[in-house]
Ligand binder design. Structure first.
Ligand code: NAD
Ligand code: MG
Length: 350
């Protein structure tokens, strides 16, 4: 097991290792005095790991309840959120009880937001079961639900009390969803970590899970420690995302987030190379690495279409959008780009 302490408005640990689900109860017990633990999960993950999680919690003396909703982003909405709050109220869950988010980013974001707001805040634990949630959404305290008008429009910054990542749970992930998470893993390599990037170039998707997840979580920890509330450095984590959101929205979300981010990363990389910001060699390494993970690096959308979507991004500030561009592996820069320049930059990268 690898343990990574996180320092933010709450101090907590991320524990990563094989077989950790068995210790969910005892490890939760170390952290909270709660009487009741409510396991929140989705209709795919609960049948796989729900009973396992509940029995470990029961062994540690928790009274256990579970709330399960249909798997998928469509469930990350106000209706599911309100029905979870209603469940908690009906079961008379108090501020000294505990929520356990067992699942991917959808479960984590929704449970985290319920925990942040029910009774003005009750403790919760993240148990990520997708690669994306292990390296990204379970750490850092961003919680949210979607509105019909857009993704993640309602939420809170609310840190968990503990993150337990059992790497064995990734064994049941469909390959496609695993590869989506790989796009975010590669992102950390390009942003911060030449050693991680080289290892990924070598291994492809067969990387050592515990080591690689830990490396990513450490980078996320460092970013969150400096910018918990997303006013500066945290935007570095948007590498590939601004243009990627264009591809994702343009496809009506038929193309997954990870693949969209891979295309976005490829576009900004080619643009950076064409402007002499990174070398041809860096460009080739990034594109090859994405391809080694069977991730796409091209799109049929036109630069005009991508620019239009990029500009409707909620991270736009006034007349500029902050694009993250690679200089070298492990070294990226934030480039505030005017509305006029964004299309020409994308043109250079498609
Ligand atoms: P997800 O939670 O929808 O999981 C993807 C699919 O995999 C689901 O169908 C799920 O049921 C299934 N699944 C999960 N674990 C499994 C397992 N071990 N075995 C088999 N199937 C399993 O999606 P995700 O990719 O984990 O997360 C995406 C969400 O995360 C989005 O809503 C996004 O907005 C959010 N997100 C949040 C943050 C943050 O900082 N809070 C960061 C990035 C993404
Ligand atoms: Mg992402």
């Amino acid at each position: 097991m690898i343990t990574i302490p996180i320092t933010a408005s709450r101090t907590y640990e991320v524990r990563i290792g094989s077989g950790l689900l068995e210790e969910l109860g005892s490890q939760s017990r170390e952290i909270v005095k709660a009487e009741t633990a409510v396991v929140v999960s989705d209709s795919t993950v609960f049948p796989l790991y729900g009973e396992y999680a509940l029995s470990s919690l029961k062994k540690a003396g928790f009274r256990c309840l579970s709330f399960v909703f249909p798997a998928g982003e469509e469930s990350k909405n106000a209706a599911t959120y309100l029905s979870l709050l209603g469940f908690l109220a009906e079961k008379r869950i108090t501020r000294s009880d505990l929520l356990v988010a067992l699942g991917g980013g959808v479960v984590g974001d929704l449970t985290g937001f319920a925990a942040a707001t029910y009774l003005r805040g009750i403790p919760y634990i993240q148990v990520p079961t997708t690669l994306l949630s292990a390296v990204d959404s379970s750490v850092g305290g961003k919680t949210a639900i979607d509105l019909p008008e857009g993704k993640n429009l309602v939420g809170a910054f609310y840190q968990p009390s503990l993150v337990i990542c059992d790497t064995d749970t990734l064994n049941t992930l469909p390959e496609d969803i695993f590869l989506d998470g790989c796009a975010e893993v590669i992102k950390y390599g390009i942003l911060f970590d030449p050693t991680l990037f080289s290892a990924l170039e070598e291994s492809g998707p067969a990387f050592s899970r515990e080591q690689v997840i830990a490396a990513c979580v450490k980078w996320k920890r460092d970013v969150v420690a400096q910018d918990e509330f997303d006013t500066g450095l945290r935007k570095m984590l948007n590498l590939g995302h601004t243009v990627g959101h264009g591809v994702e929205a343009g496809s009506q979300f038929a193309l997954s987030h990870g693949k969209s981010v891979a295309i976005g990363t490829a576009i900004v990389t080619r643009a950076a190379a064409s402007k002499g910001i990174c070398s041809k060699e860096t460009e080739t390494r990034i594109l090859r690495c994405l391809e080694k993970f069977s991730l796409p690096v091209r799109t049929d959308f036109s630069p005009e279409q991508l620019a239009a979507y990029a500009l409707s991004d909620k991270k736009r500030r006034g007349g500029t959008v902050d694009l993250i561009l690679p200089r070298q592996i492990g070294d990226c820069i934030i480039v505030p780009t005017s509305v006029e320049d964004i299309q020409s930059l994308i043109e250079a990268g498609v």
